[in-house]
Ligand binder design. Structure first.
Ligand code: GLC
Length: 740
């Protein structure tokens, strides 16, 4: 400890001298914020001992790695998660430390952000969560997650941005840029092919190069190249014989060579399994290793990590030089100079009004109106006396649980509270539980304070709900999933597409007594709706975080006109998905992604299967009309572009936003290509009667597929079609052109 003080004293003195403008010695480069980062790294490295180099490339506690105390270089602190800043945990534990100053704002789950199809929302999200991380003095945010939604059973889909690589690629970039603007690194995850949970440590996805490059890599590539993410997290699974956390193909060849990634590769917690592979195959910072393999290991075993004593021994034995070590140290120091050592670090903010407003705004903009017969929605409060609210998901806290994205919030407004607050005294709101699902309320010692135990029988619960529904003008049922195991939860996948806890029976009983049932699905995944024809209005309500109830109430009563669209397909049944009819899902060992490129709507198009609700589907309280698409030229040169223009008009009575989607069809491909692929979208805000000309510039990049023989993106000459639609199953106009 004394050593630490001496060195810190030295550094402090040096800094004071310079601060006072003293003519004494200039600050050494590694401490001089005026010097270029690369110069500072070189200087720091020249001063570091072997032990100090080894120390900074692996964890020293559950979520931190060492600095260089002797040189006054601070520790590096990471934090979960993608939706908000995890409460402080004990040094070497997963459980919270019980601080009283680490309550946060829970922002909407990333599927809800993706559902906004609005990159401005993504920027607002990144800015807000970045400020919370900075205030909590965290240097690396372990998020966002951008794994592709391959199956509606995927346990962590709620943390990701849907089934389409183009949508996820566009939405992840502003989030990364804004978080990093404040000097916090993003750690985009889980790279790559972590699309299932139950066997995530031992599964080995099998995909060909075209599927890898066209479906599963683009969002990571965008986050790294356009977003400039300063770190990336290796996934648990294996790929082509090596764990993703030390995988030569994924980390050295693709990430660092092809994409030019200059940041640090951080392992998932417990994702490192082999010392020599960890040295050679691109891992830079090892976290969470359990020293006796993948079972829960000893505590404070940090010297036993692969990139710790074991590595040092291999250098001392001469099996390895310091070549790989120096690259790892350089990357970790670069991460530090961008974050912990950043000179003009702003303070950030925690649970500010702006962050609460951001959670509300993003949430309201992500809600998707799936069905609205008889214009049941928005609820007209002037004509409504009594509203029945049914369902556990109207009251259950959803910011707790679900795995590492679990949070300790300052406040979470649930749907029932949000409605009560919004409608006030004018309207009576009745409540009935309807069903009992997950009654746990504690996760890693974070206690929601809710006591949800209820030993009534299903029959009694349904009877009570029916009685309440009979007395109401409008019945709102909040159902769906939750953050319990086998629901929307890390480390387990769902067992079925259908709603759990007997909700289907409840809905059937409710439709017997009311024609005005509105079902709000609180989930991060698609669910089966066998009762769809008897429910006139359906809303996808997501996990919206701290402001959930306020965002939902605003849309349900019409303060906000819903403008979200689905970032993934709702299949009628599992067999209607590629993963479950042609692939394997959630398997130990080899897991064949037999559907290949045909993920989500690509499968529906290929097999001509109608979805329950399509990718890109979402209604509004107004209506929009699309005019004829025109193209700037019929022949496009290889390095040129064409502009497709389509007039969109708000033909309804109220302002609304419309997400106009551009899909491309390659009419003369020499290889199998999906029928159409999303290659553009624009969200336009239109007043009643207003028309805007929406323009899409199309370049060869939008027309390309990945040619695994040439190992390059290729746009073949020939005819293409630009399809403009309000959803993937709702193409309004099309225009063709030729690539020369
Ligand atoms: C978990 C998750 C990862 C998380 C990390 C730290 O196992 O896979 O997303 O950031 O460990 O909690």
């Amino acid at each position: 400890m004394k050593r630490v003080f001496t060195s810190l004293f030295t550094v402090t003195t040096l800094l004071c001298m310079v601060a006072c403008g003293g003519s004494q010695a200039e600050l050494p480069d590694y401490l001089n914020p005026k010097k270029d980062i690369e110069v500072r790294i070189d200087d720091a490295m020249s001063r570091m001992t072997l032990d100090e180099k080894i120390a900074i490339i692996h964890a020293q506690s559950k979520f931190s790695s060492a600095g260089v105390p002797r040189l006054g270089i601070p520790e590096l602190w990471t934090t979960d998660g993608p939706h908000g800043i995890r409460p402080e945990v004990l040094w070497d534990e997963w459980v919270q430390a019980g601080w009283t100053n680490d309550f946060c704002v829970a922002f909407p789950a990333l599927t809800a952000l993706a559902a906004t199809w609005n990159t401005e929302m993504s920027a607002l999200y990144g800015k807000s969560i970045g400020e919370e991380a900075r205030y909590r003095e965290k240097d690396v945010l372990l998020g966002p997650g951008v794994n592709i939604y391959r199956s509606p059973l995927g346990g962590r889909n709620f943390e990701y941005m849907g089934e389409d690589p183009y949508l996820a690629s566009r939405m992840v970039v502003p989030y990364v840029q804004q978080v990093q603007k404040i000097g916090v690194a993003t750690c985009v995850k889980h790279y790559a092919l972590n699309n299932a949970e139950t066997f995530r440590h031992t599964t080995e996805p099998v995909v060909d190069d075209r599927t890898l490059y066209e479906i599963y890599l683009p969002a990571f590539k965008a986050a790294v190249i356009e977003g400039g993410s300063w770190s990336i997290m290796g996934a648990y699974n294996l790929f082509r014989g090596e764990h993703a956390c030390h995988n030569d193909l994924l980390l050295n060849k693709i990430l660092k060579e092809e994409w030019g990634f200059d940041g640090a590769v951080i392992s998932d917690w417990g994702g490192t399994h082999d010392t020599r592979e960890a040295i050679k195959n691109g891992l830079d910072l090892e976290f969470g290793t359990w020293t006796d393999g993948l079972t829960m290991g000893k505590t404070n075993s940090y010297d036993l990590y692969h990139l710790a004593d074991a590595y040092k021994k291999l250098i001392e034995s001469g099996e390895f030089t310091t070549k790989e070590l120096d690259d790892k140290v350089r990357r970790v120091l670069r991460l530090m100079y961008r974050t912990s050592m950043k000179a003009d670090k702003p303070n950030g903010a925690l649970v500010s009004d702006e962050h609460i407003a951001a959670a509300y705004t993003i949430g309201a903009e992500g809600i998707v109106l799936l069905k609205n017969e008889k214009n049941l929605l928005p609820i007209d409060l002037s004509k409504t006396k009594t509203i029945a609210v049914i369902g556990e998901n109207a009251i259950k806290m959803m910011t707790i649980g679900g795995g590492s994205s679990s949070l300790k919030v300052k406040k979470e407004v649930n749907p029932l509270e949000g409605l009560r607050k919004r409608v006030g005294k004018d309207v009576e709101i009745l409540y009935a539980r309807g069903y009992v699902g997950d009654t746990t309320s504690v996760y890693k010692r974070v206690d929601s304070g809710q006591r949800l135990a209820d030993d009534r029988s299903e029959k009694e619960l349904i009877a009570e709900a029916v009685e309440v529904a009979k007395r109401a003008d409008v019945v709102l049922m909040f159902g769906g999933l939750n953050k319990a195991k086998k629901q929307d939860c890390e480390s387990t996948d769902r067992a079925e597409l259908g709603l759990p806890y007997g909700q289907d029976q409840l809905i059937a009983a409710l439709t017997e007594v009311t024609d005005n049932l509105i079902y709000i699905n609180i989930s991060g995944n698609a669910v089966a709706m066998p009762w769809i024809d008897s429910v006139p209005a359906i809303v996808q309500g997501w996990y919206l975080g701290s402001e959930a109830g306020n965002s939902l109430a605003a849309v349900l009563v019409g303060d906000v006109n819903p403008s979200g669209k689905l970032p993934f397909t709702f299949p009628v049944q599992l067999a209607d998905t590629g993963a479950h009819s042609m692939g394997e899902f959630s398997k130990d060992g080899e897991e064949h992604y037999g559907e290949g490129l045909l993920v989500g709507y690509r499968w529906n198009d290929a097999k001509d299967i109608d979805p329950l609700f399509a990718f890109g589907h979402g209604l509004s309280y107004t209506t929009f009309e699309y005019g004829e698409a025109t193209v700037s030229r019929k022949k496009m040169s290889r390095d040129g572009s064409v502009t497709v223009t389509v007039p969109v008009t708000n033909t309804g009575k109220r302002q609304g936003k419309e997400i106009v989607q551009l899909y491309i069809t390659d009419c003369q491909a020499s290889v199998m290509r999906p029928v159409k692929e999303l290659k553009g979208f624009a969200k336009v805000d239109l007043a009643p009667g207003q028309t805007k000309k929406v323009k899409f510039e199309i370049t060869a990049e939008h027309l390309s597929f990945f040619d695994d023989k040439q190992h390059a993106w290729v746009a073949e000459p020939g005819e293409f079609e630009a399809l403009i639609g309000a959803a993937s199953d709702d193409i309004r106009t099309a225009v063709s052109f030729t690539l020369k």
